[in-house]
Design a protein around this ligand. Structure first.
Ligand code: NAD
Ligand code: UDP
Length: 318
């Protein structure tokens, strides 16, 4: 198949491309390199089955493809809040352009939605039937309301234009290739521990998240895309940890001498989050396989290598 991956040079998109290339597909990676980079797809450059296009999805594009995995959108609060109007445009205009493309070429369309559509949830854990508790005018709204509109667009194109859609709601995911300056909790804490600077905990650290390792998530993507179920389907790891527990785990694994530092909790920070994955288990026979400790140690090894080579590179430049 010829498969388009928007946001393919980013963290999750590049792991997905690895799986699709290994399976023998023709893959087009579309990215504006806002938070993604060529390094993530370097291993496929020069392969005749791989094409990299620098393009911003807020502008239309004409391509001929069989499937579209639509991931383009900054995912970390610091990146999506840097230019919130652009984030909304990416989610609304960008998703509309990609759905228009799917409609024209009759491609199956996969939307990477998010657990953020549940906002600061009053129902715990969150099943797909929960409609969410989202602030329409807060600093996270450009992202979570943007994704809610993206879901609406996908279902309207499905009902009105028979576009064949799949919608996944992704819960916090971590793994190799996260950016050093990504701003998300796992990457922040690992980078701080490796550099020996205090680990930043926002609030008192009692808020919870559930962390899924990237390879588990990508397996869920591929199963949903190739199933008959439209969605939405939660994909995430139901293991729930407080941020303080996560910080102490990373502290123990990397550097027991590093201090913990408490900072103010950002506005609208959800108090708890944990996926109900009953649907994914039943429909896709999917559940996560990589325990937190193991996923963290692989992620720590990747950061250790990248931070180490940066030190070498800057030494050479000087
Ligand atoms: P990422 O920031 O690493 O990747 C996003 C990619 O999209 C980047 O390569 C970026 O350059 C590209 N992009 C952004 N705006 C674009 C535009 N206008 N045109 C073209 N390309 C653009 O983030 P990620 O963690 O890989 O997330 C991928 C998708 O998964 C996003 O849609 C995100 O909302 C969703 N998601 C991720 C998580 C997570 O924990 N990682 C959780 C929920 C949802
Ligand atoms: N967080 C933290 N220290 C950091 C970065 C994040 O305590 O250095 C907290 C953040 O306030 C939130 C949780 O960790 O409660 C997860 O944050 P992240 O940005 O990774 O994901 P999201 O809030 O989008 O789920």
């Amino acid at each position: 198949m010829r498969i388009l991956v928007t946001g393919g040079a980013g963290f999750l998109g590049s792991h997905l491309i690895d799986r699709l290339m290994i399976a023998g597909h023709d893959v087009i990676c579309l990215d504006n390199f806002y938070t993604g980079n060529k390094q993530n797809v370097l291993q496929w450059m020069g392969n005749p089955k791989f094409e990299l296009i620098r393009h911003d999805i807020t502008e239309p594009i004409r391509l001929e493809v069989d499937q579209i995995y639509h991931l383009a959108c900054p995912a970390s609060p610091i990146h999506y809040q840097y230019n919130p109007v652009k984030t909304i445009k990416t989610n609304v205009l960008g998703t509309m352009n990609m759905l228009g493309l799917a409609k024209r070429v009759k491609a199956r369309f996969f939307l990477a939605s998010t657990s953020e559509v549940y906002g600061d949830p009053e129902v715990h854990p969150q099943p797909e039937s929960y409609r969410g508790s989202v602030n329409t005018i807060g600093i996270r709204s450009c992202y979570d309301e943007g994704k809610r509109v993206a879901e609406t667009l996908a279902f309207d194109y499905h009902r009105q234009n028979e576009v064949d859609i799949r919608v996944v709601r992704i819960f916090n995911t971590y793994g190799p290739r996260m950016l050093e300056n990504d701003g998300r909790v796992v990457s922040n804490l690992i980078v701080q521990a490796l550099k020996g600077i205090p680990l930043t905990i926002y609030g008192d650290g009692s808020q919870t998240r559930s962390f899924c390792y990237a390879s588990d998530l990508i397996e869920g993507f591929i199963r949903l895309m190739n199933s008959d179920y439209v969605g939405p389907v939660n994909i995430g790891n139901p293991g729930e940890y407080t941020i303080l527990q996560l910080a102490k785990t990373i502290q123990d694994m990397v550097n027991p001498n590093v201090a913990l530092k408490f900072e103010p909790l950002p506005q609208d920070d959800p108090r708890r989050r944990k996926p109900d994955i009953t649907l994914a288990k039943q429909l896709l026979n999917w559940e996560p396989t990589v325990p937190l400790q193991e996923g963290l140690s692989r992620t720590i090894a990747d950061f250790r290598q990248r931070l180490g080579s940066e030190v070498v590179a800057s030494a050479v430049l000087r």
